[in-house]
Design a binder for this molecule. Structure first.
Ligand code: GNR
Ligand code: NI
Length: 171
């Protein structure tokens, strides 16, 4: 397993719409394992493939609390089946937008169908942090970032800051 470098805002890759995983072969399993290792190293509670530069509809999540046993979950070609009218607000962050946090409102519960690491069709009824994280990661598959759900003023400020930082680093 390998820790991969993370793609950071304003890299245009983050705006790419990822393509479905066609066959769950050894390459896809290795990618999922690399994503989990990269996520644990960061550390984060979720990671979409595009965040390590791979435009495929694949994400990993572990929302187990510190000190609890690890609960790595792999979601391939996930789709939201239903989402609740009830909303919840979480303070979100993103490994591709380091050290920036903002409150985001999303459906409190989602039913998601997906293929697991063995290619088996699964369905999960998610609430709480898992529901929020799944929606955050599935946004990544569509080139959407959590800052797209905050005010334009705040978003413009964050993008500007990261654009400036990227330019300085390029020297
Ligand atoms: O590590 C992460 N924490 C987090 C906190 C609240 C809502 C969503 C997340 S996902 C984020 C990792 C990440 O950027 N995944 O794409
Ligand atoms: Ni993210």
């Amino acid at each position: 397993m390998t820790i991969k470098p993370l793609i950071i805002l304003p890299d245009p890759l983050l705006r790419q719409v990822s393509k479905p995983v066609e066959t769950i072969d050894e390459d896809v399993k290795r990618l999922a394992d690399d994503m989990l290792e990269t996520m644990y190293d960061a550390p984060g509670i979720g990671l979409a493939a595009i965040q390590i530069g791979v435009p495929r509809r694949l994400l990993v999540i572990d929302v187990a609390r510190e000190g609890e046993e690890k609960q790595p979950q792999v979601f391939i070609n996930p789709e939201i089946v239903t989402s609740s009218d009830e909303r919840s607000v979480y303070e979100e962050g993103c490994l591709s937008i380091p050290d920036y946090y903002a409150e985001v409102e999303r459906p409190a519960k989602v039913k998601v169908k997906f293929l697991d690491r063995d290619g088996k069709q699964q369905e999960v009824d998610a609430d709480g942090l898992l529901a929020t994280c799944l929606q955050h990661e599935m946004d990544h598959l569509n080139g959407v970032l959590f800052i797209d759900h905050i005010s334009r003023l705040k978003r413009d400020m964050v993008v500007k800051k990261f654009t400036k930082a990227a330019k300085t680093k390029a020297i």
